[in-house]
Design a protein around this ligand. Sequence first.
Ligand SMILES: Nc1ncnc2c1ncn2[C@@H]1O[C@H](COP(=O)(O)OP(=O)(O)O)[C@@H](O)[C@H]1O
Ligand SMILES: [Mg+2]
Length: 354
Amino acid sequence: MKPRILAVDDDERNLALLTAKLEREGYEVGTARNGIEALQKVKDLHPDLIIMDVMMPQMDGYEALRRLKSSEETRYIPVIMLTGRADIEDKVMGFEVGAEDYINKPYSLQEVAARVKSLLRMRALQTKLREAERVAALGEMVDGIAHEIRNPLTAIGGMARRLFEGETDPQHKEYAQWILRSVERLERIILRIDEYKRILTSTLAKGDINNVIFGAVKDVKEFIEGEGKEITIKTNLMPDPPPVNMDYGNLKTALFNVLQNSAEAIERKGEITVETAPAHDQTIAIRVIDTGSGISGDEIRKVFNPFQSSKFGSAGLGLTITYRIIQDHGGEIELQSRKNEGTTVTIRLHPAEK
Ligand SMILES: Nc1ncnc2c1ncn2[C@@H]1O[C@H](COP(=O)(O)OP(=O)(O)O)[C@@H](O)[C@H]1O
Ligand SMILES: [Mg+2]
């Protein structure tokens, strides 16, 4: 997606030149002629960055800046101020209110473009870092828990097996078997946690999404067979899709998790369709559509959370893992569903640059 920039200046000519330059640099540009208009536009456009003149009628740049920086929703948008005079006090004031940068007028469009680029890059890195820290903390915690559980679980399993083998009373034998089954279930969860840790890093190389899809479909067909269900999988794929930078194994896991959920949501008989299509924003959309149980709006919001599961004995990490992998591929994933009608999961990926 193109980064969005809001340019604010009351001087029509400057605004037109600035807009034209930024559009040539590949940004989507919105414009405003004063502070009030700017605040309104921020709400509609959700800009990634704002370039704002100081001297404007109705509401000047500093007042607009102050309001932007005092609202939780808008305070993280970087703002570059265009200061009229090379007045040191102006700049100090701008920084105090929270401007990320300033440029003296008259400015060169080249300089504006360069500063915009560097600020956007810095902001993107900051966001990634925050996200990575969160995921790392979560991963560490989950790993710690898995580690603590592993040893006692082995002991419980081993002892229950001995009881089971030495027991002659059929009732007691059944109890021991219950314990063993529960231990196996917990062991499966721990396996998933290990898997979660493993996929925390994706190594990207150019690949063909159709191959990934065929691989994941093959795996899920095996899964379906094991479950003894009658599910038809249809594929409707673009021929010769553009290459995508991918970690083949991880992307296949991501897709398999989605397909497996679809298969699990179908009680006995149903259909899963996998289709790919170029989207308007130049991404490739992979859609997995199933005729399964569907989920309600309340639950949809939580499906990507770790340990969120409606299934007995399931770790609820499938979509958490998938989300993480798609994110590492610079893509997006969303789930739409209606209770009792079915579910559509859409994954959007960017083609690799040539
Ligand atoms: N295609 C689907 N149809 C219905 N529910 C789904 C679908 N995909 C995901 N869900 C819901 O989201 C939850 C979380 O999925 P996931 O993270 O894969 O965990 P798990 O499959 O281990 O439960 C599932 O338990 C299920 O309730
Ligand atoms: Mg799952």
